[in-house]
Design a protein around this ligand. Structure first.
Ligand code: SAM
Length: 277
């Protein structure tokens, strides 16, 4: 019999056989299944041949106050509660961390049963450096927020990993290219499923691939850390000043952008400012 507590259980991200023996055993024995969507979780139980004669309760972080105390009360009444997501590892761009905090505050036993996680599987397939990586969750929906996020992260010396959806992938790649320029990029799709694919290359090649092949399914986007020195606008001030004396503003801006992989608008604004000085 399971001791009372919260069991954080990873479920498959596609291939059903990726559920571990321990995860299956605990799901079989747990009294309560806390999940994002009870229909999705019941279906998983049915596919795995697990008994459904237990309580399936919807859990969301944003209504966590009432929700999590109810789950903790059940644990304190001696029940084993399993927390699962629709797919993959709970808490990773999925609900749960507030529940874990509350369990800790109330000295409730918590354990995690590891398993499939899209971030890790994608990183393993990417061919990008794995010694340091940063998972930055879902990419924001709005253009400005997306570019702001990329600018915030571009000087961090790690592989960057994001979750992205099919309809937004191309737009995101195009905007990322304007910030990350010639960095290597990898897009992992439909991991552990029939159409699993990892597309690697520079932005132009990956954009070309997904222009020819309409993005379908679930995606993880990864961007290599900076390799060579990446120039900032202030680094080219003097060179631009010099070139403005020798050639037209348009030519100077074009040259500097190409040579130092800088944003055209930024260099153009700086050139105007220098011309006025
Ligand atoms: N907690 C899950 C995990 O990390 O294992 C992820 C949940 S998050 C709500 C869902 C996102 O994860 C998808 O939009 C996609 O970006 C990524 N994802 C999940 N399964 C995937 C798969 N099989 N292949 C590629 N990406 C996947």
């Amino acid at each position: 019999m399971l001791r009372n507590g919260l069991y954080i259980i990873s479920t498959p991200i596609g291939n059903l056989q990726d559920i571990s023996a321990r995860a299956t055993e605990i799901l079989r024995e747990a009294d309560v299944i806390a999940c994002e969507d009870t229909r999705v979780s019941r279906k998983l139980f049915s596919l795995l041949g697990l008994p459904q004669d237990k309580q399936f309760l919807k859990y969301e972080d944003h209504s966590e106050e009432k929700n999590s105390q109810h789950l903790i009360d059940l644990i304190l009444e001696n029940h084993a509660v399993a927390l699962i997501s629709d797919a993959g590892s709970p808490l990773i761009s999925d609900p749960g961390y507030k529940l874990v905090r509350k369990c800790r505050e109330q000295n409730v036993y918590v354990t995690a049963i590891p398993g499939a996680c899209a971030v890790i599987t994608a990183l393993q397939l990417s061919g990008l450096p794995t010694n340091r990586f940063m998972f930055a969750g879902f990419i924001p929906n709005k253009d400005k927020a997306r570019t702001d996020l990329f600018n915030e992260l571009k000087n961090i010396d790690t592989t960057l990993i994001f979750y992205e959806t099919a309809p937004r992938l191309l737009k995101t790649l195009q905007q990322a290219a304007e910030v990350f320029h010639n960095r290597e990029v990898a897009v992992a799709r439909e991991l552990t499923k029939m159409f699993e694919e990892t597309v690697c290359g520079d932005f132009a090649a990956v954009i070309e691939h997904f222009t020819q092949n309409e993005p379908r399914g679930e995606f993880v986007l990864m961007i290599a850390p900076p390799t060579e020195k990446e120039y900032k606008i202030d680094d080219v001030r003097e060179i631009l000043q010099q070139r403005l004396r020798e050639t037209s503003l348009k030519t100077a801006v074009k040259e500097i952008c190409e040579q130092y992989k800088l944003n055209k608008n930024e260099v153009y604004d700086l050139a105007l400012e220098l011309k006025d000085e």
